[in-house]
Design a protein around this ligand. Sequence first.
Ligand code: PLP
Length: 392
Amino acid sequence: MNFSKRVLSIQPSATLAINAKAQEMRAEGENVISLAVGEPDFSTPDHIVTAAKEALDKGFTRYTAVPGMPELRRAVAGYFSRTYGIECTQNEVIVSNGGKQCLYNLLQALVDPGDEVLIPGPYWVSYPDMVQLAEGAAVIVPTEPEDNFLVKKEDLEKYVTSRTRVLILNTPSNPTGCHYSQAQLEDIARWAVSRDIFVICDEVYDQLVYPPAEMSSLCSFWKKHPDGVAVVNGLSKTFSMTGWRIGYILAHEDLIKAMSKIQGQSTSNVCSFAQKGALAGLEGSFEMVETMRDSFARRRDLALEIIGSWKDAVCPRPDGAFYLFPRVDAFYNDRVDSSTELCKAVLEKEKIALVPGKAFGDDRCVRISYAVGDEVLQDCLQRLGGFLAGLR
Ligand code: PLP
């Protein structure tokens, strides 16, 4: 069959592939534990599930408005207002199928063929391929573990050309868990706007920031520069709703209209009854989020203590999300000489699934998700430490 250059130019999602492999091994009877998961190990809160069930029972099963039900768009505006103290209207919000479609729509609306998009690396796996699908060019700006994998405007400046159009920031980050403070975030955004570079800020883990670190967001900056910034968020990580596919964007009304056009010609609205659940989530109690935040903070500390005992691994202390991204290339040898080979060997020998850092643009590292129970996490990391020591 002949496929388009477009589809041939992109890669399947590495994180989804690893989890599929782990599931396959489990189906064959192997006791595989996945530290490759990209979703919280909590249930969606009951009141959200009930609201969706009620919507189904009442026959709320038809198309809705493409950019989302008006009451849900207002609830999203309410979330931004309560959380970040900004005023915005439903016309400045669109609801899409997960943060993923939000990012896709944004890039489709903003990027022309040949436009360059700055992406600090390590980056979330899908950014470069989404840029590619928009026929743009992803320009990776590397960062170092010693700097908590945080990019500085001076680093970005070196990669700017006359074609630079967009910068994608992500805080807290997948895969590193590292988090920009409000001042750091605004400093970079101010620089970008002054260079006429549009900033997409992916804040899907905004609720998962661990004290004493504080939440940060470009919402208030957006208010001052509404046509230079878009904020992406969603319910997947906040309420453990990854399968519901609810994401949303805060952006200039004209950009929202442009994305509605794209969404209207591709997927139309997000699932109607999932939107009812989302509404209950945003308007209801955030108690479960606090429970989840406490658990993740505890597991982060547990994990860091064990990783700290792996001689020669370098792991910044992340302030958010549920990932650790240790640098482990000091353990590479003749046979195991890359993050891909390391993850393959760990899966075969220890039956533990990790994601190779290469998938996120840093072959020196591996991504460890701590969205698993405390005991499983401790046991896996201890075994992993033993495995790494055995490589030397
Ligand atoms: N952005 C980042 C940084 C992510 O890690 C993810 C999911 O893993 C997404 C966006 C998309 O999430 P969803 O489409 O489930 O909202």
